[in-house]
Design a protein around this ligand. Structure first.
Ligand SMILES: [Zn+2]
Length: 238
């Protein structure tokens, strides 16, 4: 493979899989092009280039900080590629003149992006498009992944609330639970599964059956919790 081949592949996938435009401001090369001074002025369909540099209406306006100048860069000489360095920190969203094969009249969302030059990450607008395109194909959360997450949150989550308490699960209750710090001793004492396993030798059939029902209802609650959290994840992902 040629050096940079995988980078080129990822850039090309930006076009084919995600419908992204080239963000660079030349067609053949800076200094070689003769007819790439000013963009024809028709709004490109792609999400990552635009002829609109107005803060209130630009396609990616929600990503632009009020303190970032708009447009963020302007090309002082439209007969050539803009030689200026970025006036803002890498990763700052704005409107940078020079994009979609033209020196002037078209803007890109960040100074650099993999759709402008290899060796850079995708800009925030391109990342958002990629995520939105892939989201329907990503695996859904499973109950056991949720259990792992709850385990990660164990400093804040009382396992009794998740496993033992028969109160039906709802989102408001989940939020209340994770906001309530629990002392270590209470956490250890509240592990229903460990209790059952530890005490299994001395339980009669009736008690084992009762404990099993409690564990099962805990699992059912976790599954219900999984569905509610999944719906919340879906809602926020839109
Ligand atoms: Zn980009």
């Amino acid at each position: 493979m040629a050096p940079g081949a995988s980078e080129i592949g990822i850039h090309e996938m930006g076009h084919t899989a995600f419908g992204l435009a080239d963000e660079y401001e030349y067609y053949e090369e800076c200094g070689v092009d003769t007819n790439r001074d000013v963009h024809p002025g028709v709004e490109p369909a792609e999400p990552n280039v635009t002829i609109d540099n107005a803060r209130a209406t630009i396609k990616w306006r929600d990503l632009i900080d009020p303190a970032t100048p708009m447009p963020t860069t302007m090309n002082a000489d439209c007969t050539m590629c803009d030689p200026q360095a970025s006036p803002v920190a890498a990763g700052t969203a704005g409107a940078f003149e020079g994009a979609n094969y033209y020196h002037c009249g078209c803007y890109r969302p960040e100074f650099d992006c993999k759709m402008r030059a290899l060796g850079f990450p995708f800009c925030a607008v391109c990342r958002r498009r990629i995520r939105a395109t892939l989201a329907p194909f990503l695996p859904r959360y499973l109950v056991f992944e949720l259990l792992d997450r709850i385990f990660d949150l164990r400093a804040y989550v009382n396992p009794r609330d998740w496993v033992v308490d028969p109160v039906p699960f709802d989102l408001a209750r989940y939020q209340a639970v994770i906001r309530t710090p629990v002392p270590m001793s209470a956490r250890l004492a509240a592990d229903e599964f460990s209790d059952v396993v530890r005490g299994i030798e001395r339980m009669d059939v009736g008690e084992l059956r009762t404990r099993l029902l409690r564990v099962r209802s805990g699992i059912a609650r976790l599954e219900a919790a999984g569905k509610i959290l999944q719906a919340e994840i879906d809602r926020r992902g839109r």
